[in-house]
Design a protein around this ligand. Structure first.
Ligand code: ZN
Length: 252
């Protein structure tokens, strides 16, 4: 286009932009995550315990093999980790989609007659789409007396597996910790370091990812206080809100 036409066009566009900016939030304000892809990985599957052969099968986990999955833990009252992870993931998905993100889920059901996917599939999910971030949602099951609080697990630097993502994943972990604290969640008092962060090289879900990734252990389901918050809708909403804010902060 000619210089003059271009100038007129850009003048018109900037005037249009000013007008929409003054009267209503622009589309980027209302949908700040438009164009972004976020993977949510709700830990385990409700029916895993019915399928021991399938979930014990060894799968690649980043230079070594590990069982496909585990059954996950539960509260002392029997509320399953898989259901907690699912409820938070669903709420998180709704919030992220409302902000314009495209959300990819590693599992799309929470059912007793289903199992999987395995950790290798969870770990690779989002790689092909070059997703912007992945969050795995879990609950822990420690029997240590008084153990409570959340911790965020990020991959260590392990060539060639996580060298490309360990720095960005640590940033995502810091943003996640910050936003959970801001919603009143306290960091775990039973994990070495005591700062709510854990760096691990033994998790296939983290090792096989080529996109920034963290695994949240949202609380200790065997602790009465944590269990209360993790099983209530208000608590699950608070987790989802914190994770939404963490993703926004990370992608900003
Ligand atoms: Zn778990």
């Amino acid at each position: 286009m000619s210089g003059l036409v271009g100038m007129v066009l850009s003048l018109l566009l900037s005037v249009g932009g000013l007008e929409t900016g003054a009267s209503a939030p622009s589309s980027t304000t209302a949908r700040p995550l438009a164009g972004r892809v976020v993977v949510i990985d709700p830990g385990h599957q409700l029916g895993n315990h019915h399928y021991p052969r399938q979930i014990n099968r060894p799968v690649p986990a980043g230079g070594f093999d590990k069982p496909c999955n585990t059954t996950g833990t539960a509260t002392n009252g029997g509320y399953p980790e898989a259901t907690f992870a699912w409820k938070v993931a669903e709420r998180l998905r709704t919030r992220l989609e409302r902000l314009g993100a495209r959300v990819v889920m590693t599992r799309t059901t929470n059912r007793q007659d289903r199992w999987g996917p395995c950790i290798d599939e969870r770990g690779r999910r989002g790689n092909k789409q070059r997703a912007d971030a992945k969050i795995s949602v879990h609950g822990d099951g420690s029997y240590t007396a008084g153990a409570h609080g959340f911790h965020v697990i990020a991959p260590t630097d392990r060539r060639p597996w996580t060298h490309d993502i360990y720095r960005s994943s640590k940033r995502l972990a810091l943003d996640t910790r910050r936003e959970l604290r801001a919603r009143g969640f306290s960091v775990a008092n039973y994990i070495a370091g005591g700062d709510g962060l854990d760096f691990r090289s033994d998790l296939g879900t983290l090792n096989l990812s080529n996109i920034p990734t963290v695994m949240l252990e949202a609380g200790n389901m065997r602790n009465a206080g944590d269990a209360r918050r993790m099983t209530r809708a208000s608590g699950q909403r608070a987790y989802a809100t914190a994770l939404t804010r963490a993703v926004r902060r990370f992608l900003d």
